[in-house]
Write a protein that binds this ligand. Structure first.
Ligand code: SAM
Ligand code: SF4
Length: 333
């Protein structure tokens, strides 16, 4: 069977699945504090429907899955979905991205169900600042989630830290120290203008070159490594003598599109070839027809753009195409 190769020769083996657009937090770079409209529960993909989409994708070469959201752990019995996905022939790796608040209670069941890896979002090590960024929740519970994930044997544990100018940039040194002292991979992420009000983004966008400057100021001996965590969008760095490592995800200052191998499935049943642009393909009419479902995957290859244009937006607002008005919580990060 034909594999998923787009017009630019990029092969796709990775599907990110948003299981809900709802969240227990309201991170200021992701969604507004109030007034967010969520997908009606009747419009959310059911677990059997998600399995059906993944079965079609797996038959075309999808091997890696990431479960995300919104907050995926607010979807009841997520471990049941993981177990069903893990049993699909061809699926080799299932990862989860979570804010960690509910992870302590769930880590064991998720591991037993077949989850391979976990990324936990952690933008600050300061409890008061956590409340400012996430506008809710409790840092202590996230830290308990990280501990529980380590205890049940998830490895590597990656921490996602979105850097925000004048908000958490003064914690870069502390996050580097964490990566040096603990068996953790800290991924610094540039704030992206996805479905977002531009003013907030312009005020808080921070290029990740700042991380390398601070690592040098702190006298870490760092070297870039291609072999730490594979060839995803993260540029990985080793710290000589350190237990962990860190990564830089800089979609704006240096975009990663030329190696893109991913598709996204939204919680309301749309395949998105690129997180940035508006184009998406609804899968709901294809349920019960595996050939039609595969056709949607093929079509997504035909319409996948060469790259996003977030940097152009920063510089002069020019775009060649229409950006999505969905937020990260709706697309699945
Ligand atoms: N709720 C889960 C969490 O926070 O980990 C999963 C969904 S969240 C949308 C996935 C990832 O996207 C998180 O690491 C989050 O920090 C990141 N994210 C959300 N909005 C972003 C933005 N505007 N720019 C960069 N990263 C963003
Ligand atoms: Fe929720 Fe994750 Fe978005 Fe924060 S980043 S509001 S935790 S979906």
């Amino acid at each position: 069977m034909q594999t998923l190769t787009d017009r630019f020769g990029r092969n796709h083996n990775y599907l990110r699945i948003s299981v809900t657009d709802r969240c227990n937090l309201r991170c200021l770079y992701c969604m507004p504090e109030e007034g967010v409209e969520f997908t009606e529960s009747t419009n959310l993909m059911s677990y059997p429907e998600i399995v059906e989409v993944v079965e079609a994708g797996a038959s075309l070469g999808i091997k890696k899955l990431r479960i995300t959201g919104g907050e995926p752990l607010i979807r009841p019995n997520l471990e049941q979905l993981i177990a069903r996905l893990a049993a699909i022939p061809g699926i080799e790796d299932i990862a989860l991205t979570t804010n960690g608040v509910f992870l302590a209670n769930k880590a064991k069941a998720l591991k037993e169900a077949g989850l391979n890896r976990v990324n936990i979002s952690l933008d600050t090590l300061d409890p008061a600042r956590f409340k400012f960024i996430a506008r809710s929740g409790d840092l202590k519970r996230v830290m308990e989630g990280i501990e529980a994930a380590a205890e049940v044997g998830f490895h590597p544990i990656k921490l996602n830290c979105v850097l925000l100018k004048n908000v958490n940039e003064d914690e870069i040194a502390q996050f580097l120290k964490l990566a040096y002292e603990q068996p953790l991979h800290v991924r610094f992420i540039e704030y992206m203008p996805i479905g977002h009000d531009d003013e907030n983004w312009r005020n808080h966008y921070l290029p990740l070159s700042r991380v390398l400057e601070i690592a040098t100021e702190q006298n870490y001996e760092i070297s870039k490594r291609d072999d730490i965590h594979g060839n995803g969008p993260s540029e990985d760095w080793e710290m000589k003598g350190g237990v962990g490592s860190f990564g830089l995800i800089h979609p704006i200052s240096d975009h990663f599109c030329k190696n893109c191998n991913r598709l996204r499935l939204t919680a309301d049943g749309n395949i998105k070839p690129c997180l940035y642009w508006v184009d998406e393909l609804n899968v709901k009419d294809a349920f019960g027809n595996s050939e039609a479902m595969r056709d949607i995957f093929y079509k997504s290859m035909d319409i996948k753009p060469e790259n996003h244009e977030m940097a152009a937006r920063l510089l002069n607002g020019a775009q060649t195409h229409v950006p999505t008005d969905r937020r990260m919580s709706q697309i699945g990060g």
